[in-house]
Design a protein around this ligand. Structure first.
Ligand SMILES: Cc1cc2nc3c(=O)[nH]c(=O)nc-3n(C[C@H](O)[C@H](O)[C@H](O)COP(=O)(O)OP(=O)(O)OC[C@H]3O[C@@H](n4cnc5c(N)ncnc54)[C@H](O)[C@@H]3O)c2cc1C
Length: 418
């Protein structure tokens, strides 16, 4: 086979790499272990596919710390705006939510996938499904890719095999093995954008499913206070929900050396003084009510019960029996409910993988390996990640676009056939 560019992995990154590689005139093949491309893409955004975030390049990069330096070039080359223009030009109407998340107006990830696959095919890209690559070797000036049923020879290779979560989608971390076999350093993969596990007795099984629409979670990292705001849900042994996933991204590295203390402000619309007044008024109007009952309309009952128990150290208490020190404890707990986080849930259920091929060994101007000539990387296999909100797909699309065009151009500079 006379292949210029072989892309391993037909996810968001691999498909975009295929499109840009073919556009550069290179004979391009994409292989995937699944029969069809884009299995994970179809799951994104709950099937709606949050393709990007409506940001300027600078805002985007600023949000993707600490990887902004590495992502600078590819994001300038293919920005959130260029990505939206790309899909609009293919007839996909987009809608931007108030929070900046961009979705196809149809709310169907399958529309995004269809455009990617059709555009690649129209550009002459060949797709080979059911082809799990087991090894990639460099032979002089070409690569040999081995699968159970075939061997593929190509001038350049783009590894776009994704991370290590939701392995049923095909992302099993194979790319790390390939990269390591070429001498690349792999930053150990960890779960990121994932639910968190707590060791605290008070939430074991007691609050599972209880959700709060708007909380602020604060924590200290390197002696610097940070806080994030959004919706959360209690799980059987910890916490989840959008703001928690983003908190997980901030503390995942810290968790490797011990537990992390989080503080939840359960009533963000009250400052402490206002809340104290509110509690006093509610007790005055409901003196004989059970204490937890006075929070009707403010907090879910089961959470109010747990917080009241923590504050009063009693199973139940009549509202007007609350003494001053318990009342102060109650106010503090409502505004700073401490939760000790000991771990993340398993990487299998993480939205993205933290870690992967070290960015120190990838040229950010081309996505080419600094160790092996003509080997390129794209997408989640690289040690980059962003928060929830379309950042990770944009990273996959931007790195994919750059890796594909660089690999295409590189292969076109070779003389003769492989
Ligand atoms: C449930 C869920 C929802 C998400 N929602 C969003 C969202 O709305 N917005 C957002 O920005 N991000 C979202 N993400 C994250 C986003 O999906 C990923 O970051 C992105 O898809 C990564 O793209 P990729 O192309 O690098 O990898 P993948 O999409 O994982 O693609 C890798 C491909 O490589 C193939 N492959 C792997 N190994 C081999 C091999 N040895 N041989 C052949 N093929 C192989 C796999 O089969 C797979 O098709 C979500 C993730 C999950 C799990």
């Amino acid at each position: 086979m006379n292949i210029d560019v072989c892309i391993v992995g037909a996810g968001a990154a691999g498909l975009m790499a295929a499109i840009s590689s073919a556009q550069s005139g290179a004979k391009t093949v994409v292989v995937d272990s699944n029969p069809n491309p884009g299995r994970k893409l179809l799951k994104t955004g709950g099937g709606r596919c949050n393709i990007t975030h409506a940001h300027s390049v600078d805002e985007f990069l600023n949000t993707c710390q600490p990887y902004s330096r590495f992502l600078r070039h590819c994001t300038h080359e293919f920005s959130p705006e260029s990505l939206c223009d790309f899909f609009k030009a293919k007839g996909i109407a987009l809608t931007t939510q108030e929070d900046g998340c961009v979705f196809p107006a149809s709310n169907r990830a399958s529309d995004i996938l269809r455009v990617l696959v059709d555009t690649a095919k129209q550009g002459g890209v060949e797709f080979i499904g059911n082809c799990k690559i087991d090894a990639i070797e460099k032979k002089d000036t070409f690569f040999l890719l081995r699968s159970e049923s075939k061997e593929i020879v190509a001038k350049t290779v783009v590894i776009a095999t994704g991370g290590k979560s939701f392995s049923s989608t095909g992302s099993r971390g194979d790319g790390y093995k390939f990269a390591a076999s070429f001498g690349h350093k792999i930053i150990p993969p960890k779960a990121c954008l994932v639910r968190l596990i707590s060791s605290d007795d008070w939430l074991q099984g007691k609050l599972s499913g209880v959700s709060l629409k708007d909380v602020e979670i604060s924590f200290k990292l390197n002696n610097k206070k940070q806080s994030l705001r959004g919706a959360m849900v209690f799980t059987s042994n910890g916490i989840g929900g959008p703001v928690v996933l983003n908190v997980s991204r901030e503390i995942v590295d810290e968790l490797t050396s011990g537990s992390v203390e989080l503080f939840i402000d359960t009533l963000v619309n009250f400052d402490e003084n206002l809340l104290r007044e509110e509690v006093v008024n509610r007790i005055r109007s409901n003196p004989k009510r059970e204490l937890a009952g006075i929070f009707t309309g403010l907090l879910p009952k089961s959470l109010a019960v747990v917080i009241c128990q923590l504050a009063t150290r009693k199973k139940t208490l009549i509202a007007n029996q609350l003494d001053k020190s318990s009342r102060n404890r109650l106010i503090t707990l409502l505004k700073r409910l401490p939760i000790s986080i000991i771990n993340t849930r398993d990487i299998e259920e993480a939205t993205v993988t933290r870690g992967g091929v070290s960015i120190k060994e990838i040229n950010s101007k081309t996505m080419q390996s600094k160790i092996v000539d003509s080997l390129f990387f794209a997408g989640e296999v690289i040690d980059v990640d962003g928060p929830c909100g379309g950042y990770n797909l944009q990273i996959a699309f931007s790195t994919g676009m750059l890796a594909g065009s660089s690999a295409g151009q590189k292969s076109r500079s070779f003389e003769g056939n492989v």
